[in-house]
Write a protein that binds this ligand. Sequence first.
Ligand code: SAM
Length: 209
Amino acid sequence: MTADDPDLETAYALETPGDNLALYARWAETYDQSFARAMEFLMPGHVARLFSAQGGQGPVLDAGAGTGLVAEAMQAGGAIEMDALDLSQEMLAVAASKKLYRNHIVADLTQKLPLPDGEYNGVVSSGTFTHGHVGPEALDELMRVAAPGALFVLTVKTEHFEARGFAAKFKSFGDRIAGFSTVSLPIYGPGAEGAHKDDEGLLVVFRKT
Ligand SMILES: C[S@@+](CC[C@H](N)C(=O)[O-])C[C@H]1O[C@@H](n2cnc3c(N)ncnc32)[C@H](O)[C@@H]1O
């Protein structure tokens, strides 16, 4: 790896959707190997297991789907209809090559989404509500495109939960959501190295009422 290669430190230093576009365009081809496999990235598997354990059903929107690691983990438990949404065309091209999703939607989660109301019975997201990526403002649109009863399983970087307004945002939903719970889990496996190897992430689970 050279100083110019994309890595976790570069990803955590992002600030704007434009920064994200530039990084993930360069990272798409090597992301699975140089990041997910090297760091034993556990979040896609955590999300898939929780979604299945809670009886989640399709169609499912994968918000910030990237190269499709959540779908890989979810499809391992049996076929489920999923759409991938991501800002990065290059990340979605890698996901598309795996033939896991029904649709691949290039869109910005911080803007109005090009999707109808109530389209999805599930919304999943791994690694996208994190440093320099997407904040709680995206949750209104994800709620809009979810059907009544839809199951949400989202990861949120633990230190952002209170500090970046996620806790307040979930509270503001009031009785529009039910069964809200969080669990803190390691983001990376025992083989991970570097300053972030012991980081934890929150898995946030709830249903839209
Ligand atoms: C760390 S990757 C996670 C990808 C995948 N979910 C996984 O678990 O491997 C974060 C993803 O969020 C996407 N992203 C960042 N900002 C975004 C935005 N504003 N709207 C949509 N996707 C965004 C990036 O393009 C990238 O694919």
